[in-house]
Design a protein around this ligand. Structure first.
Ligand SMILES: [Zn+2]
Length: 476
């Protein structure tokens, strides 16, 4: 009798905790008809795409002339911006604009974007050439259309059009367009230094990051607007093994590459444990009321179902990245010739850190796996996870309200980015950082960002224009 009573009590508790009613969301206004404003923005973005501001990781093959030409084009295309705003260039190519507000005592806001793009591979298989900026089938096609010349051009269009009406914001608005975000470069860091030296701090920073998606998040039919409030940390570790070299016709029992491979296999096998961070918990709890009943029961009762939930999340690479500090063996090298023993072999493992882990934890983890093997562990690039922006802060709420206005059928939720952005460079001077691109994107469009057929719909251009326009007016 007692077991039945306990089961009944647990079931009752599960049901009591589960929300029963789905909150109401308004309908989407639908795609906008092509207006002259959108056509002009698309034409400008098309021209911007034509500048091949491709960044090279080493910087050696970067065509800096393209950045200079792009800069001149920006100055010609947005004359009022360059008349009324102060502009400074730091680190060679990173542009900082200050639109002075009428009440300088108010903390300014910062909008960021980057001018650089990743290379376009398989050029022949693109539907339209990657640097043509073609407008066709309701889209503007080309490298950088989404990542991230789009946001940059839209910001410039928005400011230019507001200046035309004689508008002046109350609090100052800064824009920073960095030039080497894609290689984790120095432009944004130098801009942050520039602000720090002048004692300028921001009440809100908006950079790229999440967006509105439909059908990508599991268990939810509504569009989801994911606003990045945190980003994972980043650590590259180089593992090196030195062992006897010589001719491969007379090898010893082992080679440096063999020993190193053993370590790599173990690193891959000993994954970090699953963890539900405060951001991911909040993300799912925000979406929960819109999910099917069965999932609502699970999410409302994580005290009981957390292990099952995490295990399920970890089944896909994207879900796994949300709930785990990830490990990826990415580079390896041994001997240069098939018949020489590698006297030195090396490999690189890339880790993405959830909040709560430090680069030091990763090194300790790898060193434990190496044990007594003749392998050394050297950290290369290393960045801790970002801080978490408070989703109850006025800055986040402002972004959320603006998203709701432009995408009324979407559920807005705070999100933890699995990749990195420029935004982390500004952590010392801004306590409310939101990473969000005001677009509604399909999986195909998201995939195009660093591969082929990158494109942005004209409807997205229009909504992003509205988004920044309304956001700036809301700052009042
Ligand atoms: Zn980007």
């Amino acid at each position: 009798m007692l077991p039945i009573l306990i089961i009944a009590a647990v079931l009752l508790l599960l049901l009591i905790r589960t929300p029963w009613r789905k909150p109401h969301l308004d309908a989407d206004p639908g795609p906008t008809a092509a207006s002259p404003l959108i056509q002009e923005t698309a034409a400008h973005l098309g021209q911007a795409v034509q500048f091949q501001t491709v960044i090279d990781p080493g910087g050696s093959s970067t065509d800096w002339k393209a950045f200079i030409a792009f800069g001149s084009w920006i100055e010609e295309t947005y004359p009022l911006v360059h008349q009324k705003l102060q502009m400074e260039i730091v680190d060679g190519y990173t542009r900082i604009y200050c639109w002075e507000g009428s009440e300088p005592s108010k903390k300014p806001v910062l909008f960021t974007a980057h001018q650089d793009v990743v290379p376009a591979e398989n050029v022949d298989s693109w539907t339209h050439p990657p640097f043509s900026g073609t407008v066709a089938d309701g889209f503007l096609w080309g490298r950088g259309a989404l990542d991230m010349k789009g946001q940059m051009i839209i910001l410039l269009e928005t400011v230019e059009s507001l200046l035309k009406t004689g508008y002046q914001p109350k609090q100052s608005i800064y824009l920073v367009f960095s030039h080497d975000e894609e290689v984790g470069g120095s432009g944004a860091a130098k801009a942050a230094e520039y602000f720090q030296e002048r004692g300028i701090e921001f009440s809100l920073l908006l950079d790229e990051g999440g967006c509105v998606t439909v059908g990508i998040m599991p268990w939810i039919k509504h569009p989801v607007a994911a606003v990045g409030v945190a980003e994972k940390g980043y650590v590259d570790i180089e593992l090196t093994c030195s062992y006897y070299g010589g001719h491969s016709s007379m090898p010893g029992k082992r080679t440096s590459l063999g020993i190193l491979s053993e370590v790599l296999a173990k690193v891959e096998k000993h994954r970090f444990p699953l963890k539900l961070t405060s951001v991911s918990r909040q993300f799912f709890l925000t979406l929960m009321p819109h999910m099917p009943f069965f999932i609502r029961v699970i999410l409302a009762n994580l005290w009981l179902f957390k292990p099952v939930f995490l295990k399920n999340m970890a089944k896909t690479p994207s879900g796994n990245a949300l709930v785990r500090t990830t490990t990826a063996v990415t580079m390896a090298s041994g001997s240069d010739a098939p018949n020489s023993l590698p006297s030195v072999s090396s490999a690189t493992v890339n880790f993405r850190l959830l909040p709560g882990y430090s680069p030091r934890d990763i090194i300790r983890h790898v060193e434990t796996i190496i044990g007594t093997r003749p392998v050394t562990c050297t950290p290369r690039r290393s960045e801790p996870p970002s801080f978490i922006t408070d989703w109850e802060s006025p800055a986040y709420q402002l972004v959320e309200q603006t998203v709701r206005e432009i995408y009324p059928d979407a559920v807005t939720a705070p999100y933890q980015l699995t990749g990195g952005t420029d935004a982390r460079r500004y952590q010392q001077i801004c306590s409310a950082i939101c990473r969000f691109s005001p677009y509604r994107l399909t999986q195909r469009e998201i995939n195009g960002m660093h591969s082929q057929d990158e494109r942005i719909s004209l409807d997205n251009l229009h909504r992003a224009l509205l988004f920044y326009h309304k956001l700036i007016l809301r700052l009042e």
